[in-house]
Design a protein around this ligand. Sequence first.
Ligand code: SF4
Ligand code: FE
Length: 476
Amino acid sequence: MLAAVKTAHEYLDSLRARKLRLFVDGALVTSPVDHPKVRPAINAVAATYALAHDERHAHLATSHSDLVGRRVNRFTALFRERDDLLRKLELQRALGRLTGTCFQRCVGLDGVNALFLATHGRGDAHARFVTWLRGVQERDEMLNGAMTDPKGDRSKRPPEQADHYVRVVERRSDGVVIRGAKIHQTGAANAHQILVMPGQALRPGEEDFAIACALPVDAEGVTMVLGRQPSDERRGGPDAGNARFGGQECVVLFDDVFVPRDHVFLDGDVEACAELVSAFAGYHRASYGGCKPGNLDVLIGAADLVTRQNGVRRASHVRDKLTQMAHLTETIHAIGVGASAKGKVHASGVWQVDTVLANVCKHHVTSLPYEIVRLAEDLAGGAMSTLPSIADLDHPELGETLRLVAGGRERASALRLIESMAYGAGSVPFRIECMHGAGSPQAQRVVLEREIDWDAKVARARVLAGLDPDPDLDGV
Ligand code: SF4
Ligand code: FE
């Protein structure tokens, strides 16, 4: 039974019921669902609802929940078996390919699973979290997983510059009051609830910053400001490249927002927060092995299309470049699959990805897509950045001549898509987010250096160099 699973239309209607305080270009927007700079990102989230009702994808896009005793949208579900990690990745690849952009719902999914395991065994925190999660599954809500604090001067700890972090400013018997901001908030204006989590490991003495809680996006004191993206004036129009779908990041301001006790999951427990941050990083770094290859499928398709339109598809160097683009894309996907397949079950009953492979996956995402974009630009030719507008190509007086010298509408549309993904609005989820989303490159190197068993490697090298006896293959 799919009673708990919203359709895309029900999702759009549910967004209209919110009283969101959202600013776009200096103006308060009363109806975000109808705003041309917001709607493409809403459409991308709506795809996560649509697939749950699409018979070709429902096995990936929904999952049985033992919390509510029926199938729910996978973006609200726990990873109850290893295959759930793999199905998440396949779903992300499908959505990445169908939308060509960030569909924004994975931060909440990865955050929910990280909080489930981080609250496990920590008093009544877990029960409060599970009760809240049941409601999220029942209502099939989109969550803004809110982690990244502004951080200000990175050489200072949070208590030295409290304004740069979300923190508890008052504890009452019935809840807490939080203040501060989260930045780079993926899909925040398209969500129903904000799941606030700390963005970094904290130390004793920093308990006020160790807060994980949930609140409605339109809670009193919450203000959102839409981030600008390159060429966002083209949003939704014929020159957008991808007119229907887009990503979104917001600044979210918390001006003394009250959160009732039932929705406060961690407060002051720095150890639990460290576990939360590390589990989330693993999940989300593997997630990029799903969505980014899906986005890259679109870029490869657009580059291939242009070479066909130009009559060079069979040239050996073109075939080689397209093959290289696919090879690099599948490399990213394979590592995400590997991180999921080598997952282990946590004591709480949810599955965790392999930490090393998840970090290797995301680390490749900080470089390989740039090479793939370079190859796409090579194949597309200069026209991707010099082409007149589609309106000019359609012009009753100029159009015929222009289409002869600059190419027709089909070629222009394919080039616009490459342009958008290379350095237009479509490049934000596809490139800058590849670099910094789920942690900048150095964050992965730090984890890799910490997690890799260097001594084991040295020990084996010593054996094979004849310096030590062989404890494993003695007598061979
Ligand atoms: Fe999901 Fe990818 Fe967007 Fe993160 S960047 S929310 S994993 S689509
Ligand atoms: Fe992301």
